[in-house]
Design a protein around this ligand. Structure first.
Ligand SMILES: [Zn+2]
Length: 286
């Protein structure tokens, strides 16, 4: 039955391409105090161009080049994946500048932002060699997880929109709230099966920056939570959850120390490999 629903909904992708701008006009506040890992703010807050934090490439030294992903299969090195949810935003420029200064690639699980500045940021993410992943069109839990059809529509519109502005069709996904969220009235395996049917792989995380809290976490708190979280993994691979939202400026400020701390600990920082032969661990929640 769900496969039928998927097929039917997929036929609406063309329609959704047209309606995406409309969908984004109903982008609303989604502040759930119990959700510390995914908080979305209004679209309007993401277009304050004059608030860009410029990174100075001159203050950074030896770049850490990830090289060919095939050179780093599981168990050969300590792999670290920097991931940013909910972007793009006014902070994306500074995040990209810092990543570029260090010569590292990251992964961005993006929502649908339709203003010209953010459209350009999707393209900058892709052009920079970072991995574009899907997150949500509305990011409103009650809508995303309302039903199998609603989930397909949200996911498909997200994928179609990112493809329309970048030419890249993302095939990796992060569930709003994580794959083990308890906001869905349905068993989460239903959504997982939908993604599988669409050839899309989903990724959770095993280290959180804790930057979704309000008021904003301090820079030092974010740095210590990330590096402490990595230290607790006993040298295993780490996937780090951070947020790319206008008010998350301390996340941007913390990023250089996070990268340097990872390098000092011997991690190789890599983007998620979205290809079919990917060896990137998915870190699925139980
Ligand atoms: Zn989110």
């Amino acid at each position: 039955m769900f496969r039928e629903n998927i097929k039917r909904s997929m036929r609406y992708i063309g329609i959704l391409l047209i309606t995406v701008p409309i969908l984004n006009n109903v982008f609303v506040y989604d502040v759930n105090p119990s959700d510390l890992d995914c908080v979305v703010i209004s679209e309007e807050e993401s277009v304050k161009e004059n608030e860009v934090i410029a990174a100075d490439p001159n203050v950074y030294s030896d770049p850490v080049v990830p090289g060919n992903l095939e050179m780093f299969p599981a168990g050969t090195v300590k792999r670290a994946y920097l991931t940013f949810d909910d972007g793009p935003s006014v902070n994306t420029d500074a995040i990209l500048a810092i990543l570029n200064a260090y010569g590292v690639k990251a992964s961005f699980f993006v929502n649908n932002k339709t203003d010209p500045a953010n459209i350009e940021r999707y393209r900058m993410i892709a052009a920079g060699g970072h991995t574009l992943g899907l997150h949500s069109t509305s990011h409103v839990y009650s809508q995303v997880y309302k039903s199998a059809d609603a989930f397909v529509n949200d996911f498909a519109a997200n994928q179609a929109y990112v493809a329309s502005v970048t030419g890249v069709i993302p095939t990796i996904y992060r569930f709003p709230g994580g794959s083990n969220n308890s906001v869905s009235p349905l068993d989460n395996s239903i959504y997982e099966n939908i993604l599988n049917s669409a050839g899309v792989k989903y990724y959770d995380w095993n280290v959180s920056a804790g930057d979704a809290v309000r008021p904003a976490a301090t820079k030092s708190a974010i740095v210590s939570r990330v590096l402490g979280g990595c230290d607790s993994k006993g040298g295993g691979d780490v996937m780090i959850l951070m947020h790319d939202l206008p008010e998350k400026k301390t996340t941007v400020e913390a990023l250089p120390e996070i990268i340097e701390g990872l390098v000092q600990r011997g991690y190789v920082i890599l983007p998620i490999d979205p290809t079919a032969t990917s060896t990137t661990p998915t870190f699925h929640f139980e």
